[in-house]
Design a protein around this ligand. Structure first.
Ligand SMILES: Nc1ncnc2c1ncn2[C@@H]1O[C@H](COP(=O)(O)OP(=O)(O)OP(=O)(O)O)[C@@H](O)[C@H]1O
Ligand SMILES: [Mg+2]
Length: 251
C-alpha cells in the first residue's frame, strides 16, 4: 500500500493555546483509520489542519509525497483537491434551494471541472456509488425531501464527485440513529475497498471505529495517547484512557 497521507509531529495552537500536540499519523490508499477520543481532544482540529482550514504551529503534513506547508499556494490548492472533508452536520448544511443533482455537482463547479453535461453524469455516478438508486428519483429533489440517512449519502456523493483520494469524515454519522450510523460506516468501508479511497474517520464511538477501521489512533487533550492495529488497541490497550474507552464501548 502506498502512503497517501503522512502527518509528523503536528502541533496546532489557537491564540497560544495548544489544541493539538505532536500528532503523527499515516494513511494508505484504501485504508480506513479511526481517530477517536473525547470531546475537545483535538480530533476535528487535526482534520481541519489537513484540509487547510487551520495552519499548523509545527510539524509537517505530506499528501501524495508532497509537503503541504512547503508547496506554493497554488500547488497546495491543487493537492487539496485530492481530499474532501465531510462534517457531522453536513446534511443539515446542504443548500436548501438546490436540487440534489446540483448539490452533488457543486464541488466540480467550484473547482471549474467539466461542463454541465459531464457534471450531471458525474453526479449520477456519485449517487450510484452511495447507492441512491435509481438516481433519477433523487436528482431533482431538494434536501428537505430526503431522509436524514439519504441526506448524509448526498453529502458523501458531493464529497466523492471530484474523485478525492482522501476522505476526512468528521463524525459523519453521529447525528443519525444506530442502524443508519452502521450504514454510513459500512458505506465508507465499501468506498475504501472498491475505490481505493483513504478514509480518516473521526468518531467518539470506539465500537463504530472497530467495525470499519484497520488502525485506531486515540487522542486525549490534544495528544496521541495510543495508536495501532484495531485488534491490538481493543484487545490490549496500552494506555489507561484507551482501556476506559474500551470498557465503555463494551458496556
Ligand atoms: N477556532 C478555534 N479557536 C480556539 N480554540 C479552538 C478552535 N477550534 C478548536 N479549539 C479548541 O481546540 C481544542 C480541540 O478542539 P477540537 O474541535 O479539535 O476537539 P474534538 O476532539 O473535535 O472535540 P469534539 O469531539 O467535541 O468534536 C478544544 O479545546 C477547542 O476548544
Ligand atoms: Mg470535533
Amino acid at each position: 500500500m502506498t502512503t497517501l497521507l503522512e502527518i509528523d509531529a503536528l502541533t496546532v495552537e489557537f491564540s497560544g493555546v495548544t489544541a493539538v500536540s505532536d500528532v503523527t499519523l499515516r494513511i494508505a490508499a484504501g485504508e480506513t483509520v479511526a481517530l477517536v477520543g473525547g470531546s475537545g481532544a483535538g480530533k476535528s482540529t487535526v482534520a481541519r489542519a489537513i484540509a487547510g482550514l487551520v495552519s499548523p504551529a509545527a510539524g509537517t503534513i505530506r499528501f501524495e509525497g508532497e509537503e503541504l506547508g512547503a508547496a506554493s499556494r497554488r500547488r497546495r490548492r491543487q493537492l487539496r483537491r485530492g481530499m474532501h472533508l465531510v462534517f457531522q452536520d453536513s446534511y443539515a448544511a446542504l443548500p436548501p434551494t438546490m436540487r440534489v443533482a446540483d448539490i452533488v455537482a457543486e464541488p466540480m463547479v467550484i473547482h471549474r471541472q467539466g461542463d454541465s453535461a459531464s457534471r450531471r453524469a458525474a453526479a449520477v455516478a456519485a449517487l450510484e456509488s452511495v447507492r441512491l438508486t435509481p438516481t433519477a428519483t433523487y436528482l431533482d429533489r431538494f434536501a428537505h425531501e430526503l431522509s436524514g440517512g439519504q441526506r448524509q449519502r448526498v453529502a458523501f456523493a458531493r464529497a466523492l464527485v471530484t474523485r478525492p483520494r482522501l476522505l476526512l469524515a468528521d463524525e459523519p454519522a453521529s447525528g443519525l440513529d444506530a442502524s443508519l450510523r452502521l450504514e454510513i460506516v459500512d458505506l465508507m468501508t465499501e468506498l475504501a475497498q472498491t475505490q481505493g479511497l483513504a478514509v480518516l474517520h473521526i468518531t467518539h464511538d470506539l465500537a463504530l471505529a472497530a467495525r470499519s477501521c484497520s488502525t485506531i489512533v486515540v487522542m486525549q487533550d490534544g495528544r496521541e495517547v495510543e495508536s495501532g492495529p484495531t485488534a491490538d488497541v481493543l484487545n490490549a490497550p496500552a494506555h489507561d484512557y484507551t482501556a476506559a474507552l474500551v470498557a465503555a464501548a463494551s458496556g
